[in-house]
Design a protein around this ligand. Structure first.
Ligand code: DGJ
Length: 545
């Protein structure tokens, strides 16, 4: 109250309203070593799922989907907004679909992350409105090295940028109007999986002209200023050509496809940054862009070149300060490898897309535990409405439920080195980590050999989050993981389990459901939860001589 009175004296009422409104906009906040998404003034963890590309094109199509989304225990869905449907005729905006989605999401207790399918979706410009597609003079196409026009709008056209900014501004203004007071929409993703195909760079007339120009000073200055922080693979490229600070693209970075990609990344990032900045002027929701990950030994252009990929993320960061973070989409293996690359330079991790396979439940636990991520989201989450939930869907629903229950602990201990996550499978069935004085060895419970599926060819991946809540007190949430402990402060390292309870959080209160001992802890030798049991356990440890 005192704060309000003080503000009223200092600022007129309208300004105070604006101040509060700004304070309330979803935003990222640094907590300890990590970032956190704040929605309606509270930490928010995205337990998400992304809809298939065409599902949200009408409310009829969405009708059977809503209950399905609720049965998966999601709190957020990632949903496209299509430029072609928002502005089917130039200057005439159709907001009904967006508005209905917001209203229905609210009814179903879901938050929304809108994916703006604007100039680019998976490299292509398929979601541009017909009036854009048909006027190729005004909205020119990108060209391949051999001079062939692509179904890709060139990012070098001022007309295209202006037209798209206008559409995106209208969208953000409208979202603000209908949602600022509710905060159903919590994040925006301008564009989707940007990338140049089938050449590493655009070879249109506009692009070629830019390619011959000097590398822009702002880019060079960013590299100079942040030289000690640049990602090593990018630094190596710049170093190889003598850390040049003047010249055209080929002169500064050397001739080759890598330079084509750097050039293209700069202009894709610059374009997307302007979309994001214009949208934020209307309604400053945080924004992120996602990347189609490349495969080793594939050349740029054979994979979508110049997206926000780790090896050129420095270029993206230099040219897109209005984008809050960059995110990997997973349809490739090497989950840990890619995530490790994305969390460099303080980039908060969010996995907006992961193929909806039987690894997602374990990976959600790992991502949120190990990386203290903003959230996780399998792609094509709605699958087949009407059918009973499959094994992987039930598993994800159970995992999301337990993560939601331990969320107050995740919020409390975030960024303090007290949270860990494990992801285990047949190939990597053991992992070690340290929390406080304890070294933990986590193993896939199939290593114990007691579960029937332990003998099978394929192992379902398992995962867990472990949180240290006291010197000797921990919570475990997950499945298919056993934990053995060693005390690092004590020479013998001998550790016993004083107490293990299986339980749940109800209204934030820990409720014990069962006391675990005997076979359930292998007579005090380990903490464990079998692959079929997604559980929360609270345990206390002690050392003995
Ligand atoms: C990645 C894209 O971002 C999604 O929109 C979708 O097309 C998936 N690939 C694959 O279906």
């Amino acid at each position: 109250m005192q704060k309000i009175l003080f503000l009223l004296i200092v600022f007129p009422i309208v300004q105070v309203q604006t101040l509060f409104a700004q304070e309330q906009i979803p935003h990222l906040q640094k907590v300890g070593d990590e970032q956190q998404l704040i929605v309606s003034g509270k930490p928010f963890l995205i337990l998400g799922g992304e809809l298939g590309n065409s599902t949200a094109t009408s409310m009829e199509s969405m009708e059977p989907v809503w209950p399905r989304l609720n049965s998966l225990n999601l709190n957020t869905i990632l949903v496209p907004v299509y430029w072609e449907l928002l502005e089917p005729k130039e200057g005439e905006f159709q907001y009904k679909l967006v508005e209905d989605l917001i209203i229905e999401a609210r009814k179903h207790d879901l938050k929304l992350i809108f994916l703006w399918f604007g100039a680019w979706k998976n490299s292509m410009s398929s979601h541009a409105p017909a009036w854009v597609k048909l006027d190729q003079q005004r909205f020119p196409r990108a060209k391949s090295e051999s001079g062939e026009s692509q179904e890709i709008l060139t990012p070098f056209s001022e007309e295209t940028l202006e037209a798209e900014i206008n559409a995106y501004r209208h969208l953000m203004r409208h979202i603000k109007g209908v949602d600022a007071g509710h905060q159903t929409v919590i994040l925006m993703q301008p564009e989707n999986e940007i990338g140049m195909l089938p050449s590493a760079r655009d070879h249109s007339r506009l692009a070629n002209r830019k390619f011959k120009e000097e590398v822009p000073a702002d880019l060079i200055q960013y590299f100079q200023k942040n030289k000690s922080e640049l990602n090593p693979e990018f630094l190596e490229v710049w170093k190889k050509n003598g850390f040049k600070t003047e010249g055209n693209w080929a002169e500064v970075f050397g001739k080759g496809l890598h330079t084509d990609e750097i050039f293209m990344a700069y202009y894709f990032a610059k374009y997307t940054n302007q979309i994001s900045a214009a949208g934020k002027e209307e309604y400053a929701l945080p924004t992120f862009v996602n990347a189609a990950l490349n495969r080793p030994d594939v050349k740029p252009g054979d994979y979508p070149s110049a997206g926000p990929l780790p090896h050129i993320l420095d270029v993206w960061k230099a040219a897109s300060p209005e984008i809050d973070f960059y995110a990997p989409d997973f349809y490739n293996p090497r989950f840990k490898h890619w995530n490790d690359l994305y969390v460099r330079q303080d980039n908060p991790l969010f996995v907006p897309e992961h193929r909806f396979d039987n690894t997602v439940a374990a990976k959600a636990l790992y991502t949120i535990g190990h990386y203290e991520a903003l959230g996780f989201s399998p792609f094509s989450i709605e699958q087949i409405p009407g059918e009973p939930l499959s094994h992987k869907e039930k598993k994800l629903a159970k995992v999301y439920k337990v993560i939601d229950q331990i969320k107050p602990l995740l919020d409390k201990y975030r960024g303090q080195g007290k949270i860990e996550g494990v992801l285990l499978d047949k190939e990597v069935s053991e992992a070690k980590f340290v929390l406080g004085d304890y070294e933990f060895t986590a193993e896939h419970t199939f290593n114990l050999g007691w579960e029937p599926d332990a003998a099978s060819e394929e192992w379902e991946p398992s995962g867990a989050i472990i949180i240290q809540t006291g010197e000797n007190e921990f919570y475990f949430a997950g499945f298919g993981v056993s934990l053995k402990m060693k005390n690092l402060k004590d020479k013998s390292g001998r550790v016993g389990i004083l107490k293990t309870d299986l339980g749940c959080f109800e209204d934030g209160q820990w409720k014990v459901y069962r006391h675990l001992n005997g076979d359930q802890t292998h007579q005090g030798r380990h903490i464990r939860s079998f692959v079929d049991d997604v559980s929360i356990q609270r345990f206390e440890l002690y050392k003995y001589d």
